[in-house]
Design a protein around this ligand. Structure first.
Ligand code: 8YV
Length: 315
């Protein structure tokens, strides 16, 4: 048997994604970083590329198991699970899958914003339970079109969200590290000031240590009792304890959340809340986008193994 040059790491890879990678190059498979030390030593020496999927930490200790590793190709735009500094220090390239998923993630952000503002969960339950016929109309809800939104993090995905919400005639405000060139949108240097100025706050930050708890208690408190928070970035970007307290106490109006600390085992306090829409980290989860992500990941693996320029390197 030929020694594998590719390690496919991630229990969440779909069968067809795994098969496509394994057809392209001799490969072996593990569930995640915890299982990498179980790869036989001879195979570990042969491995030059890792196709990675998942959110478990992939650090220097795991990289050192593979003395000839040259690239870690991440399935996802966010690579906060991978210690990029450790990779760079070892001369290992890291790649990700930007752009191809921005539309999907922005679509889901808008969907959650609409669902929460227009109380769609309540509406659905009202129809299914028969309460519509028995009790009549639902309490009125919240107009979205023409209202004000704040985007925290105006990167590729943040811009897609802002463009969509501009089409809802919403006034666009944003916060990012620096002011950007935008079509008449309002920049706020301070995220709490932004939160205080808008009806809806959408978090589109990158993950990682630099943005941990960035949407702090102060930012959440500034939103006020009608404020709705939407997060499609990482659970780490929001102070989750402060968010739960504010939601439970009605100090903010509600939230639409696709990401959580400790996902998929989210804090059970979320499950008791009525003023939230909860999604299972499925921002990029359409058939079309996941196919494009898988193909871009493979393109990066292929480029590395064939000595070509990496399509989407991050270091
Ligand atoms: C995940 C994501 O990669 O792209 C990202 O950063 O969070 C998602 O698209 C996907 O769930 C696979 O883990």
């Amino acid at each position: 048997m030929t020694d594998p040059v590719l390690l496919i790491s991630g229990a969440s890879f779909k069968e067809d994604e795994r098969a496509r990678l394994a057809e392209a190059y001799p490969a072996t498979f593990v569930d995640g970083p915890d299982a990498m030390s179980g790869v036989p030593e001879g195979q570990r020496r042969a491995i030059r590329a890792v196709a990675y999927k998942g959110h478990k930490p992939f650090g220097g200790a795991e990289m050192d198991l593979f003395p000839n590793l040259g690239v870690i190709a991440n399935y996802g735009v966010g690579y906060d699970a991978i210690d990029v500094a450790a990779a760079s220090a070892r001369g290992i390239k890291v790649t990700n899958t930007p752009d191809v998923l921005s539309d999907d993630v922005a679509d889901l952000a808008v969907a959650m914003l609409l669902a929460q503002a227009r109380t769609m969960r309540l509406g659905e339950a009202h129809v299914r339970s028969g309460d519509w016929a028995k009790k009549g109309e639902l309490p009125l809800n919240r107009k979205v079109s023409g209202s004000t939104v704040g985007i925290v993090g105006l990167g590729r995905i943040g811009r897609e969200i802002a463009d969509r919400l501009a089409a809802f005639k919403m006034e666009i405000h944003y916060h990012s590290r620096s002011e950007k060139e935008t079509p008449g949108w309002t920049y706020h240097a301070d995220p709490a000031r932004l939160a205080g100025a808008v009806d809806f706050l959408v978090v589109a930050l990158v993950g990682g240590s630099a943005t941990e708890g960035y949407v702090s208690k102060e930012v959440i408190d500034a939103m006020g009792p009608r404020g709705v928070l939407v997060n499609i970035s990482r659970g780490t970007t929001v102070d989750e304890g402060a968010l739960l307290d504010a939601l439970e106490e009605g100090r903010i109006g509600g939230a639409g959340l696709d990401v959580f600390l400790n996902e998929p085992n989210l804090d059970p306090r979320f499950l008791k809340l009525e003023n939230v829409v909860l999604q299972p980290h499925q921002g990029s989860g359409s058939v079309e986008t996941r196919r494009d992500m898988a193909l871009l990941q493979l393109a990066n693996v292929r480029a590395f193994l064939e000595g070509a320029a990496l399509p989407t390197a991050v270091n």
